[in-house]
Ligand binder design. Structure first.
Ligand code: GAF
Length: 384
């Protein structure tokens, strides 16, 4: 059964009636621009064909009931729990967080019954959290007839994650998941929230993006993510700028000379050079030179490995094996400490590259990786 049918069937089975509609939001990968979003910088993600679907209908009484195929038992909460971050936890916190963010923004959120099904793997760094937040947000906006233009959705969904769930993430994932467009990568300026849809025609170039799920357990990901963010913010304060976005790559050496310790210097170097790599990648894509972006992807990986120190052995192994098997470029995508690698490969070589990574994993005794090829796909939408 496909994911939309699973959501509908779950809704019928759980609530005994038909849903009023179904809303979908995808996962994402980030082509390039890692840990730049919360530094007011640039990112270039795209939405995946893998989606989370929410079947929903209004419910009387101002309460919310959510069932997910991840869990037998539905979770029910009212305004009191939604208004106090932390009262609802686990996967349902992403749902309660959206209710909270909408209410905090002054909206009269309708009570609802929801059923959630998803093809976005949880804990693989493909933004399953942004997908559920965004699908729920789309559903509640429609069901309540709320006056909330889609341009404001990413910030609201981010607020749900930052302030209700408690993860200090940036604006990239929710933007990609909400604003993604088929056949395009989303060039986002995280300071101004301006976006440009950049054509990313893999088929036309005879290429494919292979996504490799490292299956590495997330090791201390939350604490390390927050630590990276703190160190970037402290460095910006030391340098007297609003955010590291304000350090142009031409001024990097001068900026590094003003920082007291080597670790901070490396963190700053990653962010400043990564912003430039995003701009360079966009320029190549605008010129239709998709294949030539490969070295920038690989340079981004080296920067995450050596300067930002957010990779793990499984991830580095996947990148090295993909490159040895002929990928034009490969890099970890997402927050780090596990998650996925993406590799830019000839369309006809994707299987061979996947097999080479699987073999390298077996040699090192790692759990076998997951692999799939993906196309840039559409963002959050109502299915009907
Ligand atoms: C995670 C966060 F949610 C994003 O905001 C971003 O910082 C990313 O890590 C790293 O680029 O996905």
């Amino acid at each position: 059964m496909n994911v939309a049918d699973r959501a509908t069937a779950g809704f019928r089975q759980r609530y005994g009636v038909e849903p009023a509609g179904r809303w979908a939001a995808p996962g994402r990968v980030n082509l390039i621009g890692e840990h730049t979003d919360y530094n007011d910088g640039f990112v270039l993600p795209f939405a995946l064909p893998l989606r989370t679907v929410v079947a929903a209908a209004p419910a009387p009484g101002g309460r919310w009931t959510v069932w997910s195929e991840l869990d037998d038992e539905p979770v029910e909460f009212g305004a009191a729990e939604a208004d106090e971050p932390g009262r609802v936890d686990g996967w349902a916190a992403y749902v309660a967080g959206v209710v909270w963010a909408l209410r905090a923004d002054g909206h009269d959120v309708p009570g609802a019954r929801l059923a959630v099904a998803s093809d976005v793997p949880v804990g693989s760094g493909l933004s399953s959290s942004a997908a559920i937040e965004s699908a729920v947000l789309a559903a509640l906006v429609d069901l309540g007839g709320l006056d909330l233009p889609a341009g404001r959705w990413p910030r609201l969904a981010q607020r749900a994650e930052n302030d209700y769930v408690g993860a200090p993430t940036g604006i990239m994932d929710q933007s990609a998941v909400i604003r993604g467009r088929a056949g395009h990568a989303l060039f986002l300026d995280c300071r101004t929230e301006e976006v440009e849809q950049i054509p990313f025609d893999l088929d036309g170039a005879g290429l494919a993006v292979l996504v490799i799920d490292s299956r590495a357990p997330h090791r201390h990901a939350d604490g390390e993510y927050a630590a990276r963010r703190r160190s970037c913010e402290q460095a910006a304060a030391t340098l007297g700028v609003t955010a590291l976005r304000d350090v142009p790559v031409a001024d990097l050496d001068a900026a590094l000379a003003r920082l007291g310790d080597d670790e901070t210097r490396r963190r700053v170097r990653h962010v400043v050079t990564e912003n430039q790599r995003v701009l360079d990648t966009v320029a190549l894509l605008r010129a239709g030179r998709v294949r030539d972006t490969g070295p920038l992807l690989t340079a981004s990986h080296a920067s995450m490995r050596d300067d930002f120190e957010i990779t793990v052995p499984e991830i580095d192994t996947a990148v090295e094996a993909a490159l040895s098997a002929g990928a034009y470029g490969a890099r970890m995508t997402g927050g780090g400490f596990g998650g996925c690698v993406l590799a830019l490969v000839d369309a006809g070589a994707a299987d061979a590259v996947a097999a080479a990574v699987t073999e390298a994993y077996a040699e090192r005794g790692f759990t076998a990786p997951g692999t799939l090829t993906v196309q840039p796909s559409g963002g959050a939408t109502r299915l009907g």
